[in-house]
Design a protein around this ligand. Structure first.
Ligand SMILES: [Fe+2]
Length: 183
């Protein structure tokens, strides 16, 4: 599973300069994949990244790569405007922003992806933040995972990196949803 995660996110992980942080990011991914699917685990990250767009074929790993790449490119532009950005925190948080989703979903015997037992109780920002805390990721990363969706609208305020991830997450989700609805 370690080789698989490292290969899936190789370009994104390479942007994290702190080796310890990089390893922790991979460890969190591995634990989510091993304990998700209501404890049965996932063999890969090919399951759909959302249940809110009917007919979506974009996988969880595709979404994580797209959001991380959008965040990285946004950071390039914003840094030119002298907005300070912690790249390690940005990339680690982006790779992990949806890491609660392997716990939130389950694959039924019929092969349908739906909400898991955990997912019916706790949204993925909560379970993802919990996993990140367990693996002693920096508090900024835990905060960014917890606040990447509407939970972050209620404060405390998002970090600069968290605000970028929040926008990039919806920058992928929004246009994709509209394009699918217009098909
Ligand atoms: Fe997301």
């Amino acid at each position: 599973m370690q080789d698989y995660v490292q290969k899936e996110f190789s370009e994104q992980l390479a942007q994290i300069s702190d080796e310890t942080l990089r390893k922790k990011v991979v460890d969190v991914c591995i634990e989510a994949l091993r304990t998700g699917n209501d404890g049965k685990g996932w063999e890969n990250m090919d399951f759909p990244f959302t249940l809110l767009i009917s007919g979506v074929t974009v996988s969880f790993s595709d979404h994580v790569r797209i959001v991380t790449d959008l965040a990285s490119q946004a950071a390039d532009l914003l840094e030119k405007q002298r907005i300070p950005i912690n790249r390690d925190i940005l990339i680690a948080s982006a790779i992990l922003h949806d890491i609660g989703k392997p716990l939130e979903y389950v694959k039924t015997a019929e092969g349908v992806i739906t909400k898991s037992k955990v997912g019916n109780r706790l949204r993925h920002p909560v379970t993802g933040a919990g996993l990140a805390m367990k693996h002693e990721l920096p508090y900024e990363v835990v905060q960014n995972i917890y606040q990447h969706s509407w939970e972050g609208d209620k404060g405390p305020g998002r970090t600069v990196e968290g605000e970028i991830i929040h926008r990039c997450d919806f920058l992928h989700y929004g246009p994709l949803k509209i394009s699918m609805e217009n098909k």
